[in-house]
Design a protein around this ligand. Structure first.
Ligand code: PRX
Length: 637
């Protein structure tokens, strides 16, 4: 494993200090062990103001897959790179060594080339969690295409938006997908999306479930047929450090998801550095990140981080509760997983079942536990620690975002403090600050404010695809000179960070981000709906649930049947526009919304009602029609 590695608390403090005082030297050392076709001219360039553009390792040339694969062939050719555990435990699992993965990536890259994909083209992937998804992602990186993975749970309309925004020319998909007891005919979802995607010329279909699909002649090809006659080697395409590597869409305050762009060299160094240090990875670790590759966690800690480090990564097609709530633990024992990285929502959903499901397994291989995606509540933290970690595995509560490329604030396993409900100390290279509303820095401990990051780090978002101004406005304009995270945080009396949650109009449902405006736009697609307002509220399992207040054309339905029909139409509209994952948990049909005289919805009131804090609604005198509030309180779900 490569060089820069913090192993003690003293080293952490020294490394942190060096990363702040001499970042060029620190990040040059972190980049040294990689294979570079040409070394960089400058380590860091640009800054956060006024343009919001950073560069890292500018002037360098490299290929990420050379570093994920070829670089390991001398010493790790026969080591397992990927272990694949399918949805159904009765289906046989499979494994790929580094040599086999290298060969498959080369072949897939050759298939892409054969099908007209060129360097810089965008390739959209809508694929179940199968090894070929990881292979396809790496194949794009190998031949220089920009991958845009869309979680295979989004609707046709959401896929179409993402494909059109990136003007993708090629789509990779599969015949079908099993997720728990659910079956999704992914190819037909893609077909529906492509009816409105003129840029797409080729669809490559992976055979997975064997279900029948429609193949459009001239557009659609089967991967297993295309791969028959391609070479097993493919020279890695030399990429410039700041060439885009991938686009990943995520939700913000506005209705339209944005394409977060990460580039080659900085992302590589950040993925590798954060993975090895946070999890304190050793040569024989089997790392299981339960996130789907459709999310950033799956990109950085399911694929790139582990492979850059030469570790073994486990890909799981299924869900925590299928066929039983013991599935996670069964998989850990079966494959001797040493590092387990999951989301609080998964832990909470398993806590709801008998602890016997956990106690039935030894879990003795586990060494480190991780949490990501949302704040982990103390109860879940202790359950995880006691029943899964048996009190002997450090827990790393890792705070980061799609935009940060990798982990920013977290314990380093077994080294820096791990305290329930605290993400902890910043990683070397990360300078968090708490800001007041006016943008001034809040000094000292035991303080709360807006979380922002001072100074660039290698994994920072470079731009939003096709619209740099949006990135500038969202992240670098609110507080000039800082990257603004959108989160609120507290620095406790020991300087450890506790993430409080979003301070913008973003809801975090089971660790997945949705903009309230995005869900409102979807709801408003229903023929019944005039206007809607969506807020988050505390949810026992999901962290936050989606609460929708909706005004309908015919007023508030008076019969149960009308009510059901209206609610069904609203749910259907959301499922069609975004996907089942954004389905409102509660819908309240109302005759009006609390608006100020200038027409602005007072969301504060809606949030309080959704949270059940109806006694503490605050001042409502500035409302146009205060009586609306009484109706909303009375009809609360
Ligand atoms: O609010 C924070 C929350 O998830 C947001 C980022 O979401 P996304 O870009 O989808 O990335 C999720 C996986 C990295 C953050 O703004 N969040 C993420 N991790 C944590 C967290 N909140 C509290 N604690 C965490 N460990």
């Amino acid at each position: 494993m490569s060089a820069v590695r913090t192993r003690t608390l003293e080293e952490y403090h020294a490394d942190y200090q060096q990363s702040v005082e001499d970042p060029d030297a620190f990040w040059a050392a972190a980049a040294e062990p990689f294979t570079w076709y040409k070394k960089w001219d400058t380590v860091r360039g640009g800054d956060f103001s006024p343009g919001g553009t950073s560069t890292w390792y500018a002037g360098a040339q490299l290929n990420l897959t050379e570093n994920c694969l070829d670089r390991h062939l001398e010493q790790r050719a026969n080591k397992l790179a990927i272990i694949y555990e399918p949805n159904d435990p009765k289906t046989r699992h499979s494994r790929l060594t580094y040599r086999e993965l290298h060969e498959q990536v080369c072949q897939f890259a050759n298939v892409l080339k054969k099908n007209g994909v060129r360097k810089g083209d965008r390739v959209a992937l809508y694929v179940p969690m199968v090894p070929l998804l990881a292979v396809a992602v790496l194949a794009c990186a190998r031949m220089g295409a920009v991958h845009s993975v869309v979680f295979a749970g989004f609707s046709a309309s959401a896929i179409a938006d993402r494909i059109n925004d990136a003007e993708a020319t090629c789509v990779i998909t599969a015949d079908g997908l099993n997720r728990g007891a659910k079956q999704i005919p992914v190819k037909s979802v893609v077909d529906e999306a492509l009816a409105s995607c003129p840029s797409v010329q080729r669809v490559i279909v992976i055979e997975h479930t064997g279900w029948p699909v429609d193949m459009q002649p001239g557009r659609d090809v089967w991967y297993h047929e295309e791969v028959q006659d391609v070479e097993k080697t493919c020279a890695p395409e030399p990429m410039a450090a700041e060439d885009p590597l991938f686009i990943l869409y995520t939700s913000g305050s506005t209705g339209k998801p944005k394409g977060v762009v990460h580039t080659q060299a900085g992302y590589m160094v950040w993925a590798d550095y954060t993975f090895r240090n946070v999890f304190q990875v050793e040569e024989n670790d089997v790392h299981w990140c339960t996130a789907d590759i459709g999310w950033v966690t799956g990109h950085t800690y399911g694929v790139y981080g582990p492979l850059l480090a030469g570790a073994t990564t486990l890909l799981f097609e299924g869900v925590p509760t299928y066929p039983s709530p013991g599935r996670f633990w069964e998989v850990i024992d079966k494959h001797h997983v040493t590092i387990f990285y999951t989301a609080p929502t998964a832990i909470r959903s398993l806590m709801a079942h008998s602890v016997d499901h956990v106690l039935a397994y030894s879990l003795s291989s586990l060494r480190v536990l991780g949490s990501v995606g949302e704040p982990i509540n103390e109860e879940a933290w202790h359950w995880y620690d006691q029943h899964v970690g048996k009190g002997r595995c450090p827990i790393v509560d890792t705070w980061w975002q799609t935009e940060t490329g990798g982990i920013m604030i977290s314990a380093l396993a077994g080294i820096t403090p791990s305290v329930p409900a605290r993400a902890g100390l910043p990683l070397p290279g990360v300078q968090p600050v708490l800001l007041n509303q006016d943008g001034s820095e809040i000094e000292g401990n035991d303080q709360e404010g807006y979380l922002a990051i001072k100074a660039s780090w290698p994994g920072v978002i470079r731009t939003t695809w096709g619209d740099h101004e949006r990135a500038r406005q969202t992240y670098f304009t609110p507080y000039p000179g800082y990257y603004f995270t959108g989160d609120g945080a507290r620095r406790d009396e020991n300087g450890l960070y506790r993430i409080i949650g979003r301070v913008d109009d973003v809801i975090n449902v089971s660790g997945h981000r949705f903009g309230t405006a995005e869900i409102e736009n979807a709801i408003n697609q229903s023929d019944y709906v005039v206007e809607s307002a969506v807020v988050g509220y505390p949810h026992d399992v999901k962290g936050q649930g989606i609460y929708a207040y909706v005004i309908c054309h015919n007023g508030v339905p008076t019969t149960d049947l009308d009510n059901q029909r209206t609610e069904a139409s609203i749910v259907e509209a959301v499922v069609a526009a975004i996907g089942r994952i954004a389905k409102p948990d509660k819908i309240q049909l109302v005759s009006g919304l609390p608006k100020t005289r200038s027409g602005k919805i007072m969301r504060r009131i809606l949030r309080k009602v959704a949270e059940g804090e109806t006694q503490a609604l605050g001042d409502t005198t500035t409302l146009l029609d205060p009586a609306v509030v009484d109706e909303i309180v009375a009809g609360r779900k």
